[in-house]
Ligand binder design. Structure first.
Ligand code: IMP
Ligand code: MG
Length: 183
């Protein structure tokens, strides 16, 4: 397959898994006296959440929400809407928002606002990847896996046109890969 030849590994599987275990152990310690509720952003964070959950040693609950950006059809939009409602009752709960990547910050900022309005007791954020150079709105990130430069990456839940979510590593989108999709 042409696409297998053209992605470049940025963070390999072993490093990701090691870091996910570290974050899980810190969260397990920080929340040992409570039962946190993880609100997970679909689709991208589904793999991160699945791995994180299996390494967390305290009781916890998991829910999922889908947000979407609209506007000029651009990936980087400040207009973020919600596809489904938050089904869990977040009132007075210890909530941790889980995302796979924080880029402009608009998505996570939008979700945080809604969770505050719904009366979350405490609110923290957890992201596997942080791209601080791309930030357009300030957000507090409490648990960060890796800080990366402002480049487009795929794998471990992250997609390019719905592809590559299944890669076990985080890979850089190379010009060759773009060519493969836009011959
Ligand atoms: P935001 O810009 O922080 O609102 O992030 C919006 C969403 O864009 C993220 O949750 C990802 O789904 C997607 N995204 C941002 N950067 C990348 C990337 O490098 N690869 C794939 N998806 C990305
Ligand atoms: Mg996302």
């Amino acid at each position: 397959m042409e696409t297998r030849l053209v992605y470049k590994t940025l963070i390999d599987e072993e490093r990701i898994q090691g870091r996910v275990r570290e974050i899980a152990s810190v969260i397990s310690r920080d929340y040992r006296d409570t039962t946190p509720l993880f609100i997970t952003l679909l689709k991208g964070a589904f793999i991160f959440m699945a791995d994180l959950s299996r390494h967390i040693t305290i009781p916890h609950e998991i829910d999922f929400i889908t947000l979407f950006s609209y506007g000029q059809g651009s990936r980087r939009s400040s207009n973020v809407g919600m596809i489904n409602h938050i089904r869990s009752n977040v009132r007075d709960r210890d909530v941790i928002v889980v995302d796979e990547i924080v880029d402009t910050g608009h998505t996570i900022a939008r979700l945080m606002r809604t969770l505050e309005e719904h009366g979350a007791g405490t609110l923290r954020t957890c992201t596997l990847l942080d791209k601080p150079d791309a930030r357009q709105v300030e957000v507090r990130l409490d648990y960060i896996g890796f800080t990366i430069p402002d480049i487009f990456v795929v794998g471990y839940g992250l997609d390019y046109r719905e592809r590559f979510r299944n890669l076990a590593c985080i890979a850089e989108l190379t010009p060759d890969l773009e060519r493969a999709f836009n011959p």
